[in-house]
Design a protein around this ligand. Structure first.
Ligand code: AMP
Ligand code: MN
Ligand code: MN
Length: 328
């Protein structure tokens, strides 16, 4: 599971003219930020760059410079010298945007990453894929401009929910400062990516909050396709409801079910320190981080809910029992 050296990555970029970059479905700020950060810097270096997200750019991230260059599909007959994925722990996370092309370089920070690229750069200690780029871009022969710094700082801010997740490090904070020095406006990006919300988004939350349930230290709820329609919410994601749920003090783990229209349910887990939900997500073919993980599970909402709540309850019992036996 060796990581590529920075010299190897520099050479990959040097020898490629046409470069395809992709990130994950239901993109978050880090998916879009890392895609734009690397994509724009390669473009500035004179490369022909195609950036793709199978779900496109969510409305709340359309403040990012260059977002309109991101497309939703690349035709199968177009050839590239280099194919790169960002912020994706397995190839399925990319969706159908790049067909079945082989991945040359996989840059990511998920502990569950499958190292599926020909070359891989996976750093589970990085708070965001954008952090990895902020740290190494220059050693790969690329440069920061203001839009690139803004894209990467947005990725850093969103994946750390404003520099407050438990994996936050001095290094991430220093890299944030470096991005500010390169021209990114922290308060402006913070407000745009974490604070500003649409009426439809909050309305959508309302449907889930009404159905919220709690058993011991587990809290869960669901967003259905009908809720999405009634609220007039356009995305197929959780509208960041996970952040609100994870602020509930009386629980260790929260689970959010978001019904999808392909007989699948998107499940998100969030946990407090001492609980590792990435293993639970991985057992459902998903992935993520110890404190935030997700999976796309086939079935009806009721079927998926039953299965996931059973396994999550079992996990919580096991962990809680272990803690009691250890006397902490
Ligand atoms: P989410 O619950 O979608 O906000 O995602 C939480 C974390 O889990 C993020 O780091 C995601 O990249 C990861 N994740 C979410 N869904 C999946 C999935 N289906 N497969 C692998 N990783 C996922
Ligand atoms: Mn992501
Ligand atoms: Mn990320």
């Amino acid at each position: 599971m060796n990581n590529a050296s920075h010299e190897e990555i520099r050479q990959l970029f040097n020898h490629a003219d046409r470069i395809l970059l992709a990130s994950h479905v239901r993109p978050d700020g880090d998916a879009i930020g890392s895609l734009l950060g690397l994509g724009l810097s390669l473009e500035d270096a004179g490369k022909e760059v195609v950036m793709v997200l199978s779900d496109g750019v969510t409305a709340n991230f359309r403040f990012m410079s260059g977002y309109e260059k991101i497309c939703t599909k690349v035709s199968d007959d177009k050839s590239f010298d280099l194919v790169i994925t960002l912020d994706a722990s397995d190839p399925e996370r990319i969706g159908n945007a790049i067909g079945n092309r082989n991945i040359d370089l996989n840059i990511d920070h998920h502990v569950t990453n499958l190292h599926f690229g020909k070359h891989n750069l996976v750093d589970p200690l990085a708070t965001a894929t954008s952090e990895i780029l902020a740290e190494h871009l220059e050693s790969w022969g690329l440069k920061f401009t203001k839009p690139i710094a803004e894209a990467l700082l947005t990725g850093l801010i969103t994946d750390t929910i404003g520099f407050r997740t438990s994996n936050m490090s001095p290094k991430a904070l220093k890299l944030g400062a470096k991005l500010m020095e390169a021209g990114a406006n922290l308060p402006d990006l913070y407000n745009k990516s974490l604070i500003d919300r649409s009426y439809a988004q909050i309305n959508y939350w309302g449907y889930a909050l009404e159905k919220m349930e709690r058993k011991d230290r587990l809290v869960w709820t669901a967003l259905t396709l009908a809720d999405r329609k009634m609220a007039g919410y356009n995305g197929n994601d959780d509208a960041d409801l996970n952040t609100l749920l994870s602020s509930i003090a009386e629980c260790d783990v929260t689970v959010l079910f978001v019904e999808q229209n392909n007989h699948h349910v998107k499940v998100s887990w969030r946990s407090k320190p001492g609980f590792n939900v990435s293993e639970l997500a991985f057992s459902f073919n998903g992935g993520g981080h110890p404190a935030a993980a997700g999976a796309d599970i086939e079935g009806t909402l009721e079927e998926v809910k039953k299965d996931v709540l059973e396994k999550t309850t079992g996990y919580l019992k096991k962990i809680t029992k272990g803690k009691i036996n250890n006397g902490n």
